[in-house]
Design a protein. Structure first.
Length: 269
């Protein structure tokens, strides 16, 4: 089970998890201006394992520990929405053995964590082309969503078999169907209609996108929703990513002035 890796991971924790550093960061944060929606591309599991001479599966398992920690701190901070990129539509191209590991890990995580997540008020919301997932994985996703659907704490969007382009395609198809059956006029189609046709309908767009691993790309993630999102990139690999890094991202986020296409405060030209 996942917990058998906890000791291994704790023996390899670095100074970033020092409680003093966390306390310093917490003092820098304005809790009245926290991001409402945080999105994370959980990247770097394979590289983490390769650097240690371990199979890639160990990297994915280690990444689950990071997910557990980040979900917990987001819930503690009262962040409203956390979206994690767990498995993309392109990830099916990976070796079948690795795909099987990822599917098994997802089922294992949901089976192990749903009860605890529910105790903390977390609502699990799978997003993506779920109908194309393996039966066992789909059932675990549906059960977790059903068990947590009445929770009113953190919304945990788990993006599986997800692609930003396929999400937009699915939204366009849904809108076209409404236009075709006359339940929607073509002239009524605007950004709000499109937003309400996405997998994240009814949720605010991400305020902050975090990408570990040092890569500078969005990898087909939340293409519509990221229009005015603040990005925070780090060379830390996902299995090493802990709450201290999330707090660093929030501190940096709060230093920025979000303009949404406008000018800085006080500027007129």
């Amino acid at each position: 089970m996942l917990n058998r890796f906890t000791g291994f991971l704790r023996r390899n924790e670095s100074k970033e998890n020092n409680q003093t550093e966390i306390d310093i960061l917490l003092k820098k944060i304005d809790f009245s201006r926290l991001p409402v929606h945080v999105a994370i591309i959980m990247d770097g599991n394979g590289r983490w394992a390769n650097r240690r001479g371990l199979p890639r599966a160990f990297g994915h398992r280690a990444g689950v520990e990071s997910l557990r920690d980040i979900v917990k701190i987001c819930s503690e901070l009262k962040i409203k929405v956390l979206t994690v990129y767990a498995f993309s539509t392109e990830n099916w191209k990976r070796p079948q053995e690795e795909v099987n590991v990822l599917m098994d890990l997802l089922v294992e995580y949901l089976n192990d964590e749903t009860e605890e997540l529910c105790k903390n008020g977390v609502r699990i919301n799978p997003i993506g082309r779920l109908q194309d997932m393996p039966v066992q994985t789909l059932e675990a996703l549906r059960m977790a969503a059903e068990r947590s659907r009445n929770n009113d704490g953190l919304i945990l969007n788990v993006a599986v078999n997800y692609g930003g382009r396929t999400e937009i395609i699915d939204a366009v198809r849904a809108i076209a169907a409404k236009v075709k059956d006359d339940s929607l006029n073509l002239e009524q189609v605007d950004d709000k209609v499109i937003s309400n046709s996405l997998y994240t309908a009814g949720q605010p767009d991400p305020d902050l996108l975090i990408r570990p691993s040092g890569d500078f790309r969005i990898s087909n993630f939340l293409l519509w929703q990221l229009a005015y999102t603040e990005f925070w990139l780090t060379n830390v690999l996902w299995p090493d990513f802990r709450r201290v890094h999330l707090l660093e991202a929030i501190v940096e986020y709060q230093r920025r002035e979000r303009r949404f296409g406008g000018l800085k405060s006080g500027r007129t030209s």
